[in-house]
Ligand binder design. Structure first.
Ligand code: FES
Length: 151
């Protein structure tokens, strides 16, 4: 996936030129492109006058940032103990059957990415799936794809 550097620069230029705003600038880039294109590291570094290694460190330190392309919709399937016991793997299998990707993958149309996460603190509702920021509890595996498409 190739992102036009000018589009990245536009997002950067709309941000305060202040080193303290590094995280916010990275968040804005990720919000726009759903991940941090590799060119963004150099562009942010230049804009803020800080080493690329510092920008890269921040981009890799926080789990919320991704350096690989991600879909518009992020599907997280909890595989903590309670969710695992209650059928998280069945949800993953069902999503594979429904949208054709496994955890860590993104659909070719860049619409969906599936990620596996550890316990999200909602064990009483296991198994849990999160689509973008919306939580679904007691997910029946045969409904997983429908829930994702409904969003
Ligand atoms: S194990 Fe899934 S929410 Fe706790």
């Amino acid at each position: 996936m190739i992102i036009d550097s000018n589009k990245i620069q536009k997002v950067i230029d709309d941000s305060p030129q202040d080193k303290k705003q590094l995280i916010m600038i990275l968040q804005n880039i990720q919000l726009e492109f759903h991940y941090l294109p590799k060119e963004s590291i150099g562009l942010v570094s230049e804009y803020l006058g800080m080493p690329q290694s510092t920008v890269y460190s921040a981009a890799t330190f926080y789990k919320s940032f991704s350096l690989v392309p991600r879909g518009e919709n992020i599907i997280k399937v909890c595989k903590g103990t309670a969710c695992h016991i209650k059928g998280a793997d069945l949800i993953i299998d069902q999503l594979y059957a429904g949208i054709g990707i496994k955890p860590g993958q993104t659909t070719k149309d860049m619409k969906y990415t599936i990620e596996v996460v550890n316990c999200v603190g909602a064990c009483a509702m296991a198994p849990v799936m999160i689509v973008n920021d919306k939580y679904f509890g007691e997910v029946k595996c045969n409904r997983a794809t429908k829930l994702v498409k409904k969003g």
